[in-house]
Design a protein around this ligand. Structure first.
Ligand code: HAM
Length: 426
């Protein structure tokens, strides 16, 4: 096949039917789980002032290297959103809703990353955020909702990793200790991790390079730096998860890629995915973010799940197939097409899904399309039927479509069609 002149940019994809129906169903299931727990949907713009995302922190690649940004015609420095947490906090500061503000969202995010399976430059997330409630059981509630959602999809190979980064002062003391530790052992650190150390010592813990592993394994642990308040918060979170019977693994190296976290951090990993892209989703507490965007001191907690990646995990586990979107009726009209135009219109208006063939093709070719459509019924109009004011109704899902030719088919008055089909379907 000739290579077309225009194709999607690297890391960007077209989602075609029937896969697109699966995406929509994914979001519907997430909406059901969230709305049943009192969360309302927030829809915010794809573009924000660059500054909104810069407040996430300047030690994260998402902000410093991966952002799509440009100056618009009005001279504003704009960014395509790389995530939604900062946008939700910006919306909170702008609209000041009553707290606790419990919201869910879905949409595309943009990060200029190296594309590979499960890592794209445009990818979709679903997520939830709660602003204005400082309660460890809220951290548990959102983790439980994510857990419920994976169950609703049918995914079973999901692990919940949990950590706490403590209060900001604990985190700062820990970062200081980590820096001192890695600097004292600099010669054993990979070149890439030496660079990371200069920017963000916490992220060295994320290194997957084998040469860094021994040093990371013996590094100071965040738990040694928790204040009594941070320790109590973390214990309550663990007790809540245990009370709900949700299994979790404490991972002291789980620092996450964004800088705004304090206290709880967590990630859901998929058992079938490669380790560099096995995070199906993640989140945590970010109590200072609203304030840094100009709002009042407001606690916040939330998570986001990657839609693209979670669907790969569904494929690997053979669960959550695309929903069937076949129409109920296919109209075959060999008299010029006007009958098909009217019948499909009448059926659709009555809530019966219907499709038809175009270009006045032969009966044989139209029946082929009818077979392919997956319709339960074919309604056939030839010149004899047209003259007699009748239609033929043929059941199509009788096993072998080709053998369904004449079996079970009936000729009825055109004026009785709607009632006949409504009865047959009920
Ligand atoms: P994140 O860990 O950057 O967190 O992204 C969440 C999920 O989005 C990841 O676990 C992954 O499934 C998916 N994801 C991220 N980057 C890509 C990519 N390039 N291609 C495909 N999927 C990707 C956040 O975005 C935070 N806003 C989560 C949060 C909400 N924290 C608190 N509230």
């Amino acid at each position: 096949m000739l290579v077309p002149e225009f194709q999607t940019s690297p890391g960007m994809r077209d989602i075609l039917p029937p896969e697109s129906a699966r995406w929509r169903r994914f979001v519907e299931v997430f909406a059901q789980v969230s709305e049943a727990a009192g969360y309302g949907q927030v829809i915010s713009p794809l573009l924000e002032d660059l500054g909104v995302f810069q407040r996430i922190g300047d030690a994260t690649d998402v902000v410093t290297k991966e952002m799509y940004d440009f100056v618009d015609k009005g001279g504003r420095h704009i960014a395509l959103r790389p995530e939604l947490t900062a946008s939700v906090c910006r919306a909170f500061v702008q609209h000041r809703p009553l707290t606790p503000w419990k919201v869910w969202y879905t949409g595309s995010q943009f990060r200029y990353e190296k594309p590979q399976r499960g890592r794209y430059r445009q990818f979709d997330q679903v997520g939830i955020e709660v602003l204005g409630a400082d309660d460890p059981y809220l951290d548990v509630e959102i983790m439980a909702l994510g857990w419920q959602f994976f169950r609703a999809l049918g995914l079973s190979q999901v692990t919940l990793l949990l950590n706490s980064l403590g209060e900001p002062a604990d985190r700062a003391r820990y970062v200081h200790a980590l820096q001192a530790y890695f600097e004292a052992n600099l010669s054993s650190l990979s070149e890439a991790s030496k660079v990371t150390l200069q920017k963000n010592p916490l992220r060295v813990l994320d290194s997957k390079r084998p040469e860094d592993a021994p040093l990371i394994a013996a590094a100071p642990r965040i738990a040694e730096f928790y204040s009594p308040l941070a320790a109590a918060h973390f214990e309550a979170v663990q007790a809540g998860l245990t009370a709900l019977g949700i299994p979790f693994t404490i991972d002291p190296k789980l620092v996450r890629g964004l800088d705004y976290y304090r206290h709880t951090t967590f990630e859901y990993t998929g058992g079938t995915l490669e380790s560099a892209q096995n995070a199906l989703g993640g989140g945590g507490r970010y109590d200072g973010l609203v304030e840094s965007l100009g709002g009042p001191s407001t606690p916040g907690v939330g998570f986001a799940l990657g839609l693209d990646r979670t669907l790969i995990a569904c494929d690997d586990e053979g669960v959550f197939a695309p929903p069937v979107t076949d129409v109920d009726v296919f109209v075959v009209d060999t008299t010029g097409g006007l009958q098909a135009l009217q019948i499909t219109d009448q059926l659709r208006a009555a809530g019966i899904s219907a499709d038809r063939a175009f270009e006045n093709r032969s009966m044989k070719s139209q029946m082929k399309v009818a077979d392919r459509s997956g319709a339960a019924w074919a309604v056939i109009v030839g010149s004899n039927e047209l003259e007699a004011g009748e239609v033929v109704v043929r059941p199509m899902r009788t096993g072998d479509a080709h053998d369904s030719t004449q079996s079970g088919q009936t000729t009825i008055l055109r004026t009785d069609l709607l009632e006949y089909l409504q009865k047959a379907m009920s």
